[in-house]
Design a protein around this ligand. Structure first.
Ligand code: MLT
Length: 269
């Protein structure tokens, strides 16, 4: 469905009933990456998965898109969909957004799942690299980013050409302005490390054991710093762990939801 907010029109999936689980994709991806989670969880939960602004099928606005912009979009979406507090699941850049959301709207969180992500800001070198890439996208289009990112999404030894093709499909609808906005926004995102201690909701940190984009050590740091966090390292998975190993990922998440008393009543059956 398409939801028109005060500032922007976001495309989102909204299915099932019960406790709202909101899945936020990474960069330069789109909500299709969560299909296996949506299918597995929608019999027991309300599952919402937006395309972030400028990515997937959502509209874009010019200028840098900060993590706070994305978080405010999510907040406006939740108001519009009258969700009440949600369990927010953020992958990679979606995790940066989830951490910004936790700082800005703690009252709207009932749980947090941080997937293949980290709290630290970009180094000056990395930020400069993102700005240079944004300049390239202006001239050469989103292909520059897709070609660089797609091969790093799955474990290096994963030879499944069908999965690699699907990954390309999740990236290809992204618009140049949206990709540029995200790159500039990530380059200026603040270090969220100090605010981790203020996260008081049950938190699950998940990483692919073979993630080369955001190595598992970053997830270990998150899990140590967040008071109620549990860490799960999933074998045979790279950066896009929920897509590459959906059964293992869903198993971990379902158990955590039940253990943390976040399950909808129907889920217990
Ligand atoms: C992502 O998957 O969202 C990106 O790897 C995040 C980043 O570039 O920092």
């Amino acid at each position: 469905m398409s939801t028109t907010l005060a500032t922007i029109n976001l495309r989102n999936t909204d299915v099932g009933e019960g406790l709202p689980l909101v899945f936020v994709h990474g960069f330069p991806l789109s909500r299709g990456v969560w299909k296996k989670q949506i299918d597995a969880l929608q019999p027991s939960y309300r599952v919402i998965a937006p395309d972030l602004r400028g990515l997937g099928e959502s509209e874009t606005l010019p200028g840098p898109t900060t993590m706070e912009h994305y978080a405010a979009d999510l907040h406006a979406l939740f108001q519009k969909l009258t969700t009440g507090p949600v369990v927010l699941i953020g992958h990679s850049m979606g995790g940066y957004v989830a951490l910004a959301f936790a700082r800005q709207f703690p009252e709207m969180l009932s749980g947090l799942v941080l997937v293949g992500t980290k709290a630290g800001a970009d180094s000056a070198h990395a930020a400069a690299g993102r700005r240079a890439t944004a300049d390239k996208v202006k001239i050469e289009g989103v292909r520059v980013v897709i070609d660089a990112m797609a091969p790093k999404m799955l474990a290096a030894d994963n030879q499944d050409a069908r999965l690699a093709e699907l990954v390309l499909g999740f990236m290809s609808p992204s618009k140049p302005e949206g990709v540029i906005g995200a790159l500039l926004g990530m380059a200026e995102r603040p270090d969220a490390t100090e605010s981790l201690v203020d996260i008081t909701v049950p938190t699950l940190v998940i990483t692919g054991a073979e993630d080369i984009l955001i190595p598992p050590a970053e997830s270990e740091k998150l899990a140590k710093a967040i008071p109620l966090a549990q860490l799960s390292v999933i074998p045979h998975a790279g950066h896009l762990v929920s897509f590459e190993q959906p059964d293992a990922f869903n198993f971990v998440m379902k158990n955590w939801l039940i253990k943390s008393d976040l399950a909808s009543p129907v889920e217990i059956n």
